[in-house]
Design a protein around this ligand. Structure first.
Ligand SMILES: [Zn+2]
Length: 181
């Protein structure tokens, strides 16, 4: 899953507005960011694939995309948020950041073919994935549905100041400001 992961960021921005949107966006993709670094440094292996549902075929991704790895990354992100980021929201925000990082693995589980490990880094152990990527239409419907529903949920719950702004540019200017800051 790629853009579907961002749904969690919009939901959490409503629940805990003190977490900046850039932190939320990075939290939902934290596991893929670590995966990219592992691939660059030849710690994890993928094969480039030329079809339209996914761009890479997973060969070995135990450290970023096992449930064990995802749990470790979720704790790392939570510790960073709570003790080093200097950002607000306390324990509630920290827990939400942890859940966002972990949510990535469960969303991937729905779409990936059987290439996700559970609580092990051993690539020979059984792997899981419900394989929705096999259907381009269904996987895109899911991703688009997740992003749109969460984004409209966000708009619905944060639009008080928008209603009061009569001018179009003031309205959207203030909206964009609100989203990113
Ligand atoms: Zn992923």
């Amino acid at each position: 899953m790629f853009y579907g992961h961002y749904c969690g960021a919009w939901f959490v921005k409503v629940i805990e507005p003190r977490i900046p949107i850039w932190v939320l966006m990075n939290a939902v993709q934290f596991i893929d960011i670590s995966h990219s670094l592992f691939v660059i440094f030849h710690i994890e292996k993928v094969k480039i694939r030329h079809d339209f549902t996914i761009s890479e075929e997973i060969i070995s991704v135990p450290y970023s995309h096992s449930l064990l790895g995802a749990t470790i990354w979720c704790l790392v992100a939570g510790l960073w948020y709570r003790f080093f980021s200097g950002l607000g929201g306390g324990n509630k925000a920290t827990l939400l950041i942890c859940l966002l990082v972990l949510s990535h693995w469960f969303e991937d589980l729905v779409v990936h073919e059987k290439d996700l490990l559970l609580f092990t880094f051993d690539n020979t152990k059984p792997k899981y994935g419900f394989g929705l990527y096999k259907s381009f239409v269904l996987s895109q419907l899911l991703e688009t549905g997740l992003v749109l529903s969460s984004f409209f949920y966000y708009l619905k719950n944060t639009q008080t100041s928008l209603k009061n702004s009569a001018n179009f540019w003031t309205k959207w200017g203030s909206y964009l400001f609100k989203v990113f800051f």
